[in-house]
Design a protein around this ligand. Structure first.
Ligand code: IPE
Ligand code: IPE
Ligand code: MG
Length: 247
């Protein structure tokens, strides 16, 4: 028996909709360069692509969508670009609240908060609180996020608990680590999409992507629309997931 991806079907189409989708939104800079613009214009257009993917995933019944918006390593970019990116994030959080509410989307954050600008922190908290009652898709924004840092933070918490005598070293297993990740309730991605043709993980969800199916799209993120998302889901639907077993 072949084990197909667990999924729901879009009526009248051959789309297999994964339960949990994660996206490395890459190529904003290249998109801008090829169009003769400054990099920031690529990030601006990237926000439109975020709206398209969020609403389409919500419409199709995706349970969890995790978007890689800013990595821990992205802090090393020029200060001006970082500032502009956080400015865009602020605008996104304000402008897209109605879209999130209309689509019954609940916002979550994965990442470290220490270096986030105060205004971004406040807006993130506000939007998370305002959407907390929405029962549709969970949208997790990975901001100031790194997979290694996430695992290191979990291990440090475990070490503190062991030192305090509230956790036995014998109880340190996979479940103990998972439960201390940034968003332990979210399901592991079934499908990981990366745009702009790069074949790497770039420190994204290292723990959670163990058995994710990977789809790489050649288009840069600002050009990633419904058609490309559907292609990714069709590709996913053709995969046979084995999880190490013999089928
Ligand atoms: C992705 O686009 C957006 C972020 C990492 C914030 P890039 O800015 O990495 O675009 P390229 O890779 O330089 O084209
Ligand atoms: C990954 O893209 C991070 C985000 C999409 C937020 P990068 O552009 O930072 O990754 P590398 O540098 O190409 O690996
Ligand atoms: Mg990039």
């Amino acid at each position: 028996m072949s084990r197909r991806a667990p999924a729901s079907r879009e009526p009248g189409d051959d789309l297999i909709v994964p339960r949990s989708v994660a996206v490395i939104m890459d190529g904003n800079g290249r998109w801008a360069k090829s169009a003769g613009f400054e990099r920031i214009r690529g990030h601006e257009r990237g926000v439109d692509a975020v709206r398209t993917t969020v609403t389409e995933c919500a419409r199709l019944g995706v349970d969890t969508l995790t978007l890689y918006a800013f990595s821990e390593e992205n802090w090393a970019r020029p200060a001006r670009e970082v500032k502009l990116l956080f400015g865009l994030l602020e605008r996104f959080l304000v402008a897209e609240l109605p879209t999130l509410m209309d689509n019954d989307v609940r916002l979550l954050h994965a990442g470290r908060t220490a270096r986030l600008p105060d205004k971004v922190k406040r807006l993130l908290d506000d939007t998370i609180a305002k959407t907390a009652g929405n029962g549709g898709m969970r949208l997790c924004l990975a901001i100031s996020y790194g997979g290694r840092q996430e695992i290191a933070d979990a291990v440090r918490r475990i070490a503190d608990e062991v030192a305090a005598g509230t956790l036995s070293p014998d109880a340190v297993d996979e479940a103990a680590i998972r439960s201390r990740l940034y968003q332990p309730e979210l399901p592991d991605p079934d499908l990981l999409i990366r745009t702009a043709g790069e074949l790497r993980i770039s420190n994204f969800l290292l723990w959670q992507v163990s058995y994710a199916e990977i789809h790489v799209s050649d288009v840069c993120w600002p050009d990633f629309g419904q058609a490309q998302l559907h292609d990714a889901f069709r590709d996913y639907g053709r995969r046979v997931r084995k999880f190490g077993k013999v089928l």
